[in-house]
Design a protein around this ligand. Structure first.
Ligand code: LCS
Length: 388
């Protein structure tokens, strides 16, 4: 089945009793047992069934299964947020005294967790550019338990060669986790390239409508069972209603992503030729250093663009304050076009030195291209750029 059809039908069937085509929302905290022995058997995991929504819930399970299917793997665990999902996979794979390797260009919240929270748990983190395979090889120690990367990376759209990273990780028997939030499985499927775990902030393109927060990890059954074992004790579960909204949002993922890609490509090309723009970061531009790898591992270049405005941070502020159609807000992957300044917003957790190392310049602006008409977006950007 093609990915477009899997997105619509994968894992979903009409309800056996009522025939309802849309899945039911099991909006319940608890589930009644048939009798005392039944409850005890469920707790002992001698029999499968539902106990309590923090442990599992049919609507949430359906979503986890569907995302696992879309990412060409076996199982998944859904969380209250993307960050909760990332925290879970780290503590599933690494413990006190152990070590993980992370790319240095990642979402600012993930960076803060790795920089400030994991060391408090005794988990060491080495930040490197995982696009540099020799650096990755050199950073691995006998204590390394996970390699974490994000591609395209937030916010610079850096591209990491997933297959090359996976090869190094396989040789050393270390799981590779890819944050696939920017691409979605419609454009890129890291498991098919050798990754072991895929993580998503479902808040973004999966929901698509900017109305929920959620996260998910997917991977092999055994690893996901270990992740679930920890998740049920930490308690970062999502709500059945949010899971249902993501199931609904997912149905249109393919058409939304096609339009995001098409509009982003046109905007990137337009900005690349603009005299008030110093540099455009978009993997769909042949000038992007990761263009060839992106072409190899993605079926489209996504809806995220970065650019440096002439005049640095102050000019960037004028631009953002002058926009009428684009909304000045963090988050991404929404129907609405969102624009933000990573250095003072999503990546304000990076110090100046870290920002510079990752190539996030003071005047770098990030756009999440929405589903408005491309001409209206170009016109809005034009009138705002004319104020610089
Ligand atoms: N991974 C990536 C690539 C992200 O962009 C984000 C959030 C997360 C994980 C965390 O997901 P959450 O917990 O928010 O569901 N990125 C954001 C951003 O760029 N602006 O606001 C949030």
């Amino acid at each position: 089945m093609h990915i477009e059809s899997k997105i619509v039908h994968g894992g979903q069937h009409p309800d056996k009793v009522t025939g309802a085509l849309a899945p039911p929302i099991y909006q319940t905290s608890t589930f009644a047992f048939h009798d005392a022995d039944h409850g005890a058997r469920l707790f002992k995991q001698e029999e499968s069934g539902y106990i309590y929504t923090r442990l599992s819930n049919p609507t949430i399970d359906l979503l986890a299964q569907k995302i696992a299917l879309l990412e060409s793997t076996e199982a998944g665990v859904v969380f209250a947020s993307g960050l909760a999902a990332i925290f879970n996979i780290i503590v599933t794979c690494a413990a006190t005294g152990e070590h993980i390797i992370s790319d240095d260009t990642i979402y600012g919240g993930t960076f803060a967790m790795f920089k400030s929270v994991l060391p408090r748990l005794g988990i060491d983190v080495t930040f490197i550019n995982t696009a540099d395979i020799s650096r990755l090889q050199a950073a691995i120690t006998p204590k390394t338990k996970l390699v974490f990367t994000e591609t395209p990376a937030n916010p610079t759209l850096k591209i990491v060669d997933i297959a090359a990273c996976a090869k190094v990780c396989k040789e050393k028997n270390i799981p590779l986790c890819v944050d696939n939030t920017f691409a979605t499985p419609y454009l890129q499927r890291p498991m098919e390239l050798g990754a072991d775990i895929v993580v998503h902030s479902m808040t973004k393109y999966f929901s698509g409508h900017g109305d929920i927060i959620g996260g998910v990890i997917v991977g092999g059954k055994e690893l996901m069972h270990r992740a679930w074992d920890i998740a049920k004790e930490i308690g970062g579960c999502n709500s059945p209603f949010n899971a249902w909204l993501v199931l609904r949002g997912l149905k249109t993922l393919a058409v939304r992503m096609d339009r995001h890609c098409e509009t982003a490509q046109k905007i990137a090309e337009h900005l690349a030729g603009h005299k008030k723009v110093e540099h455009v970061y978009y993997p769909g531009l042949p000038s992007h250093p990761g263009h060839d790898i992106a072409k190899k591992q993605m079926s489209g270049f996504g809806g995220m663009i970065g650019f440096d405005v002439t005049g640095g941070k102050e000019a960037g502020k004028v631009l953002m304050n002058s926009l009428r159609l684009c909304t000045l807000a963090v988050s991404l992957g929404d129907v609405d076009t969102l624009i933000e300044h990573p250095a003072s917003m999503t990546h304000s957790t990076y110090c100046d030195g870290d920002l510079e190392k990752c190539g996030i310049k003071p005047g770098f602006v990030r756009i999440s291209v929405g589903l408005e008409h491309v001409d209206d977006l170009v016109e809005d950007l034009e009138q705002a750029l004319s104020k610089l």
